[in-house]
Design a binder for this molecule. Structure first.
Ligand code: BES
Ligand code: MN
Ligand code: ZN
Length: 496
């Protein structure tokens, strides 16, 4: 599917051919919009014959329904009214989008009798449609036979009593979708097209939305003493960049919130080279940086009332005559030294300098970093929860909370002195790996050594940023994980 939805909201729709989608609760006899879209009562008869009860996200698809001018009529189940969450409305939009095929016009009736449908539910539904419509086909020169050949743009009318409020709320949906889809694009792009310089250029484009964007070059980072980040970059012919995105939507004197992303545009492992099988996936090792960039897009696009910093460390990890070696000792910007045990544990080196720089320069209210940091987090949690590590119970519970609201779920993992000891080094202040056991935790312990007393959370998104199971709102390899989560965090707890 490669469609673009042109979405509007109205209190009724003109139906001449095309597709109508009617939402229906389970256990409820009637669907939304029955009087307008189904005056002949086709749905109730069809539902009975098909034993369609309106289970959550189930569809009943009627083609050329008799006695109706419609080409197709789809009933979409919402499940039970009292179990309906904000995320379910987003998923429902995604499920509805999936049934839009070979039509140019769709009317969607939201107001299922018995359901509470306000502006935010309608805007969430529309967001789900925008997210589902995404597909990364930039590099496909031929279309598949089963692709929808009918149209590029589909006109969608969402019919609901709250149509004017919904239209207003939809502006935020567009800002969120813009950020998520940007993050997906960045993750999906091949590594030859997206090096550190090209990624920094993408960050620079946020100036169009009113962000201030600074790009630090290798020379400037050298001057700052970012020996850990530069050590990773030194094996690549493509020079590193540090991008600093600044959105000033809050009060002038208010300290900013800060988001920091691992942006390894490709991770070969370096001299401790990775096995060949599946190495192509390491083009997604900038998923943290992609989420931060997408989030900054969203905050700026919806003019969030907050001061926010986004910092992304952009490097390529390559084996080379000039690459760093196991045994090397690097000095970070903080002054602390790190012994390199394994050059494949590079993300934490990039973040060590990025986190310290952020804290030192901006004195933020909190720092949240996102990183495809360890394979170990996938062993622990699979790819349905990201790992959450934090030095602050309040920030941690806020994050877990918005994770449940957005469906971008988090699971808190432990930190502590005994884990920290594991990365002490014989030759330097610390070493960059702590062995196989608890690999996600020892990685987090290293990061914690660079955040001081600032409230901080580390999200290990190795399992969720890419290659996670597809669902109603995402069918793409790169998921854009983290954008909706952190937008909701800001909206719920740090705005205004
Ligand atoms: N980028 C990888 C982690 C990763 C693996 C992300 C698979 C997504 C999918 C990271 O840089 C890495 O190589 N980590 C090593 C650390 C080890 C050498 C201590 C790992 O997890 O194996
Ligand atoms: Mn690595
Ligand atoms: Zn990596």
């Amino acid at each position: 599917m490669s469609v673009k939805f042109d979405i509007s909201f109205a209190k009724s729709a003109k139906l001449e051919g095309g597709l109508a989608i009617l939402l229906k609760l389970s256990g409820d006899a009637t669907a939304a919009g029955a009087s307008e879209a189904d005056p002949a009562g086709i749905v109730s008869r069809a539902a009975e014959i098909a034993k369609f009860s309106g289970k959550s996200m189930a569809t009943l698809d009627l083609i050329a329904p008799q006695g109706s001018s419609l080409d197709r009529l789809v009933v979409l189940g919402l499940g039970k009214a009292d179990a309906l969450t904000a995320y379910d409305w987003i998923r429902a939009g995604g499920a509805a989008a999936a049934s839009v095929k070979n039509v140019t016009k769709v009317a969607i009736y939201l107001d299922a009798p018995g359901a509470t449908v306000g502006a935010s539910e309608a805007a969430g539904f529309a967001l789900g449609m925008l997210l589902r419509a995404y597909s990364f086909d930039t590099y496909k020169t031929k279309k598949n036979d089963d692709d929808d050949k009918s149209s590029k743009t589909v006109k969608v009318t969402i019919v609901t009593a709250e149509h004017s409020a919904a239209k207003k709320a939809f502006a935020d949906s567009e800002a969120i979708a813009g950020g998520v889809l940007l993050a997906r694009d960045l993750v999906n792009l091949p590594p030859n097209a997206l090096g550190p310089v090209e990624f920094a250029d993408k960050a620079k484009e946020l100036e169009k939305l009113g962000c201030e964007v600074e790009i630090l070059t290798e020379k400037e980072m050298k001057k700052l003493g970012m020996g850990a980040l530069l050590g990773v970059a030194q094996g690549s012919v493509r020079p590193p960049r540090l991008a600093i995105m600044h959105w000033k939507g809050g009060k002038a004197k208010e300290a900013p919130v800060a988001f920091i992303g691992k942006g390894v545009v490709f991770d070969t492992g370096g001299i401790s080279i990775k096995p060949g099988a599946g190495m192509e996936d390491m083009k997604g090792d900038m998923g943290g940086a992609a989420a931060v960039t997408g989030l900054m897009h969203t905050l700026a696009a919806r003019k969030a009332k907050v001061n926010a910093i986004g910092i992304i460390g952009l490097v390529e990890n390559m084996p080379d005559g000039n690459a760093q070696r196991p045994g090397d000792i690097v000095t970070t910007m903080s002054g602390q030294t790190i012994e390199i045990i394994n050059t494949d544990a590079e993300g934490r080196l990039v973040l060590a300098d990025a986190l310290y720089y952020c804290n030192d320069r901006f004195k933020p209210r909190f720092m949240i970093n996102l990183a495809t940091l360890t394979g170990a987090i996938m062993v622990a949690l699979g790819n349905l929860h990201a790992g959450l590590f934090s030095n602050d119970d309040n920030l941690s519970s806020q994050l877990t909370g918005v994770g449940n609201v957005t469906g971008e779920r988090l699971w808190r993992m432990p930190l502590g002195k005994d884990y920290d000891k594991i990365i002490d080094s014989k030759f330097a202040d610390m070493k960059n790996t702590g062995g196989r056991y608890g690999g996600a935790i020892t990685a987090a312990q290293l990061l914690q050594r660079f955040v001081g007393d600032t409230p901080w959370a580390h999200l290990d998104i190795a399992g969720t940023a890419m290659n996670s199971p597809s669902n109603e709102i995402n069918q793409s390899w790169g998921s854009g994980y983290g954008v909706r989560l952190l937008d909701e965090l800001v909206r719920a707890h740090y705005e205004g």
